[in-house]
Design a protein around this ligand. Structure first.
Ligand code: PA5
Length: 465
């Protein structure tokens, strides 16, 4: 495994009094080991089916690969319709592993359909998508575990209607459903209409589902080696079998954040120094926020816990957010994602000999500039006592991305166990979903509709016209 976690700059060793002492880390060892025990005890049970995904999908992988190879040949565009955990993973893995301008590449180089993820119900965006695809030559992959999410079902209804108008009784051939086997409306519709279907195991929640058909099918369609994604996850899982902070990178990352929160560091910034990893931060933000932001702990005690995840991108955000990180409140931990070897590099051309202030760059490469800027940013932050750690990937490939996703899922699971909260529910999200159903007059939500109707209206005095 060639993913390393370097947390020197979170420790007193590098940060001085603002850092974590060896004694503090040692003090949390029992809590960390008990979190490890809890997570292991739950492996494969309740909502921890995601821990089985790297091991138990041999047959599913075969079916996905054969469906993907058919889809690759049959269409010009492949569109994922989904939201939250049903969209962020496919987007993150695609951006990490495919050409940055994949859709603009000529078909000969792309070797697969153009790829889009539609994770919002912004009407302008939907119209824009319909402007650039031909529905008759598109396969839509509708992903929703509940089979009920308003956003995804609305998108589905729109495209299915268009498909039926254009293709009549062949419309169903352009829809693939990824959903629960026995719950929700999408599976019922899929059976009625004859859609090709892949299942999300009941024990795998949305934000932990990237290594299920949710992520594997879209990845395979764009030509990503999904066996390698799973192999990376498997190898990371093996590393995480250790109950020792010094051996288990996910447990170390979890306990370091746990102690940091106790020190008042309530913001968890992820800053990849690689554009290919920028959506990994979005995926991580959902995982961290939705899993750990909870009102009650498992004993019903009000805890209102959760660290706020923030995305930054190196080097771009050195020219914006890094000012705050260096001089603002000491309330953040910055996790850098570093890539040892870029898949390609560009040499900065000569031609500025008369301008020494620019000429010093000539002959170096952009990869080198990126790495040195990461080093410099990390150095400056550390000098100012700002907690940071670095996760280094030897390469951005399917193997390392599988391992990285799994590392973060394990970190989140351990953190949830340390906080003694349920990391797998999302009552705060359900609240908004239910209010939307009520506003649309959905049957069964009459009481909620009444509650909304009788709620206090906005006061005019607080509205500026
Ligand atoms: O992590 C989660 O459970 C959520 O973010 C869901 O993925 C999101 O709400 C979409 O749900 P569904 O897949 O049921 O449409």
């Amino acid at each position: 495994m060639s993913i390393t976690v370097n947390y020197n700059n979170m420790m007193q060793y590098a940060l001085g009094e603002r850092g974590i002492s060896d004694a503090e880390l040692k003090q949390q060892e029992i809590l960390a080991q008990s979190a490890h025990f809890q997570v292991e005890a739950g492996r494969g049970r309740d909502m921890q089916g995601w821990m089985d995904l790297p091991y138990e999908q041999g047959e599913i992988v075969k079916t996905i690969k054969s469906a993907a190879s058919r889809i690759r040949k049959s269409c010009e565009a492949f569109v994922v319709l989904g939201i939250g955990g049903s969209a962020l993973g496919p987007q993150a893995v695609f951006t990490a592993l495919k050409h940055y301008y994949y859709n603009e590449l000529p078909k000969k180089l792309r070797k697969g359909p153009r790829f889009y993820v539609c994770d919002n119900v912004d009407p302008e965006r939907m119209n824009a998508l319909l402007d650039v695809i031909n529905v008759e030559k598109t396969v839509f992959c509708v992903i929703t575990k509940s089979g009920a999410t308003s956003e995804t079902m609305s998108q589905f209804l729109i495209v299915y209607d268009l498909l039926k108008s254009a293709l009549g009784d062949k419309a169903h051939e352009h829809i693939v459903a990824v959903t629960s086997e026995d719950k929700g409306n999408l599976i019922k519709l899929a059976r009625k209409e004859g859609f090709e279907t892949f299942f999300i195991p009941a024990s795998v929640g949305g934000r932990f589902s990237e290594l299920s058909p949710v992520g594997l099918l879209p990845a395979a369609v764009v030509g990503i080696d999904i066996s390698k994604l799973l192999k990376g996850a498997r190898d990371m899982d093996r590393k995480c079998r250790s109950k020792y902070i010094s051996k288990n990178p996910a447990l170390a990352l979890a306990v370091l954040q746990y102690i940091s929160v106790k020190q008042g560091k309530n913001i968890n910034v992820m800053m990849p120094y690689s554009d290919s990893l920028r959506y990994i931060s979005d995926w991580y933000n959902q995982l961290w926020a939705e899993s750990l932001g909870k009102e009650k702990d498992k004993l019903g005690k009000t805890v209102n816990c959760g660290q706020t995840p923030v995305k930054a991108v190196g080097v771009t955000d050195q020219h914006s957010q890094v000012q705050l990180y260096n001089e603002g409140p000491y309330d953040k931990v910055i996790t850098f994602l570093e890539v040892r070897d870029f898949r390609s590099d560009v040499t900065i051309a000569a031609g500025c000999e008369d301008f020494p202030d620019v000429n010093f760059l000539c002959g170096h490469s952009l990869g080198e500039l990126m790495s040195k800027e990461l080093y410099a940013t990390r150095y400056a932050l550390t000098q100012r006592g700002r907690a940071n750690c670095t996760i280094t990937l030897d390469a951005v490939d399917a193997y390392h991305i599988g391992a990285l996703l799994y590392l973060f899922q394990m970190q989140t699971a351990y953190e949830g166990a340390m906080l003694n909260i349920n990391a797998y529910d999302q009552p705060g999200v359900e609240g908004g979903k239910n209010a939307t159903y009520a506003l649309f007059g959905r049957k069964g939500y009459e009481a909620k509709a009444e509650e909304i109707r009788s709620s206090q209206p906005d006061a005019d005095k607080y509205i500026i016209k």
